[in-house]
Design a protein around this ligand. Structure first.
Ligand code: PRP
Ligand code: ZN
Length: 298
């Protein structure tokens, strides 16, 4: 297929490598983001590696736990990884952007029937986890003396086996906890997908990364913001500008009926969309049209 020259980005040298999760919580969101950033590539289930058709980028599909090291060691220039892994490992990578998907929470949970209800009740107990460092830091901060028990997987079965009194594990939908008769008693941290990059990159790679970062932000702002258009009595315009911060500096267009104007503006997430709509109606606005924004480059 012919590459689209308007989106062609190269470093003139070796391709830029982006590491993402092969299969799991972040895979779907990572692929969607990369495609919306203009990368054209194929994927299939057992993929390990793919080159973008239209720019000098290779995508590596890895276990999520391996991504920080790949980026830190310079095998990959960019990575998409859960902040949970960054919290645990504290790798020497630069965090570029929170990506607003792949949300999950590291939580401490106990069996439904357990007498442990509060953080203090964990004193002297064993807590099974794959996040020993994050857990240790959390317990130290809360001044709780409990013993982390390190496990690489299947942490949720340990209370039933008598190996631990509590677990500290990631929760996203909550179904794993429910299936194993566990209830959460404490949040340790919240996690989401993050774009990371290798520190001290060669200048030509760094320029490329900045361009990709602008694209990622543009995609993200586009997803979060809405384009809104409505009609309002010309006499209500000042009130609308005063009362609705999102409409402070809108585009105003004349309508055939001189008594009315069309107002166009962008609503950002901070504006609380439905409240803005209600305020517009309260101020006499009508025929409110809302359009999605594909990309928004600020
Ligand atoms: C995590 C965690 C649980 C599950 C919780 O594992 O260890 O098993 O997700 O999700 P739920 O609340 O939707 O049931 P995951 O498969 O993500 O593996 P990871 O620890 O390697 O990220
Ligand atoms: Zn993992």
């Amino acid at each position: 297929m012919q590459a689209n020259s308007s989106t062609r980005l190269t470093t003139g040298g070796t391709p830029l490598r982006i590491a993402m999760q092969k299969s799991g919580r972040l895979s779907e969101g990572s692929i969607a983001l990369l495609r919306e950033m203009g990368l054209e590539f194929e994927t299939y289930k057992d993929r390990l590696f793919v080159s973008a058709r239209n720019m000098g980028v290779d995508i590596l599909f890895l276990r999520d736990d391996d991504i920080p090291e790949y980026v830190q060691d310079g095998v990959a220039h960019l990575g998409i990884v859960g902040s949970n892994i960054l919290e645990e490992r504290r790798p020497a990578v630069d965090r570029l952007l929170n990506l607003d998907f792949g949300y999950c929470t590291l939580k401490i949970a106990v069996p439904e029937e357990s007498e442990i209800n509060r953080l203090d009740d964990l004193t002297g107990k064993r807590i099974a986890t794959s996040y020993p460092e994050a857990l240790r830091r959390f317990l130290a901060e809360k001044k709780i003396e409990a013993t982390p028990v390190l496990l690489r997987g299947s942490v949720e079965v340990t209370p039933a086996l008598g190996v631990a009194d509590a677990i500290c594990d990631l929760v996203s939908t909550g179904s794993t906890l429910r299936t194993h008769g566990l209830r959460a008693i404490q949040t340790v941290f919240e996690s989401q997908a993050v774009l990371i990059c290798q520190p001290n990159m060669k200048p030509e790679k760094s320029v490329f990364v900045q361009k990709l970062l602008m694209r990622a932000k543009g995609v993200q702002d586009g997803r979060r913001c809405k384009y809104i258009m409505f009609n309002a009595p010309r006499s209500a315009l000042e009130l609308i500008k005063q009362r609705i911060p999102a409409c402070r500096s809108p585009t105003i267009m004349d309508l055939a009926d001189q008594k009315f104007v069309a107002v166009h503006t962008v609503i950002t997430p901070e504006d609380a969309f439905w409240e803005v709509v209600e305020s517009i109606r309260d101020c006499g606005g009508s025929d409110i049209l809302v359009a999605p924004i594909e990309k928004f480059i600020r």
